[in-house]
Ligand binder design. Structure first.
Ligand code: FES
Length: 323
């Protein structure tokens, strides 16, 4: 998972100041980083599949943690350098041992299902990071799991760790044909109560999810972790009433609620502006939110009392906000 911000914001209690204690070159384009407490304190634990938001200069990006989440002495992430250098990945690749970074507490919308009888893990490229977290946790907790890992020849990030963790449950694919074959076989031969967890590029994930649906897998047993909120349609205009300030604003199609609030002089803390970090949460009093973020859980979305205003909009013509 990764997302890009356009602005920094004041420190909050959600942030931890950590030291870079290890940097490993996984492939020519992917580096791993380990962050630890400068005083040696243990870090907050997390559920498998969690991510943290790392501030790097004027950017903030969300990255999946690769550890299992149990008693972490360090948080480890991997960063693929974007060819354009966009998204802050180039800045992240310049980080060195001894540097200090500001990171958020871990957060997950991609946790394993406790009642699953088997966990079928599927990853491509840098998508291995949250899947490795799941695989490690499955091994530690004695949960049944298997993993299909698709990567370009000689560019398999974390491959030795994945092999060590998954053992005979691992299928490695370095071309599309072998992946399609392995996926088909896996989707047709799973015990009842199996859940699928997939992470990778958008096209890869939609291929896996579509194929699973074609094979009759129910949607609730398919879990995916996008790198960031997908490109969204511009949506319809809607009105927001700010009850504290008395402002009434129109959010036009193609402009986010966050941008509209900012233009009207209402500053909202934010980092990623892509629906992943949770910084731009605003309180909703009335009206149904069209949630488009990857931060809130299904239960939190159903409660309809909070909106991530960088991506979310209104289902109705109007929202009333406690601002
Ligand atoms: S700014 Fe990150 S979720 Fe909105």
């Amino acid at each position: 998972m990764t997302a890009t911000a356009v602005a920094t914001r004041p420190r909050t209690s959600k942030q931890l100041t950590l030291e870079v204690v290890d940097v490993i070159e996984q492939t020519p384009f992917i580096k791993s980083f380990a962050f630890a407490d400068p005083h040696g304190e243990q870090l907050p634990g997390f559920v498998p599949g969690s991510h943290i938001v790392v501030e790097s200069g004027a950017k903030a990006n969300a990255y999946s943690l690769t550890g299992s989440g149990q008693n972490p002495a360090a948080y480890t992430i991997s960063v693929a350098r974007a060819p354009t250098g966009a998204g802050g990945s180039a800045a992240m690749h310049k980080i060195s041992i001894g540097d200090t970074v500001s990171v958020s507490h871990p957060r997950s919308a991609f946790a394993p299902v406790a009642t699953a009888r088997h966990h079928l893990l599927i990853a491509a490229g840098i998508g291995i990071t949250p899947i490795l977290s799941h695989a490690r946790a499955a091994r530690e907790w004695g949960r049944s799991s298997s993993l299909i890992y698709s990567y370009r020849p000689d560019a398999g990030a974390h491959i030795e760790e994945v092999r060590a963790v998954s053992g005979t449950g691992l299928t490695e694919c370095t071309d599309r044909k072998s992946f399609r074959k392995a996926l088909n076989k896996a989707l047709l031969n799973q015990p009842m109560g199996t859940y699928v967890y997939v992470c990778g590029p958008a096209e890869f994930m939609s291929t896996v999810l579509l194929q699973a649906k074609d094979h009759g897998w129910p949607a609730e047993r398919l879990h995916s972790e996008p790198f960031a909120a997908a490109d969204q349609d511009p949506g319809r205009p809607f009105r927001v009433e700010l009850t504290r300030s008395g402002k009434s604003l129109i959010v036009p199609a193609g402009q986010s609620l966050l941008e509209t609030l900012e233009a009207a002089g209402t500053a909202i803390p934010n980092m990623c502006r892509q629906g992943v970090c949770g910084e731009c949460a605003i309180p909703v009093l009335k009206g149904r939110v069209e949630h488009r973020d990857l931060y809130l859980t299904a239960e939190e979305k159903a409660a309809n009392d909070t909106a991530m205003c960088c991506v979310s909009r209104a289902q109705d013509q109007e929202l009333e906000l406690d601002l």
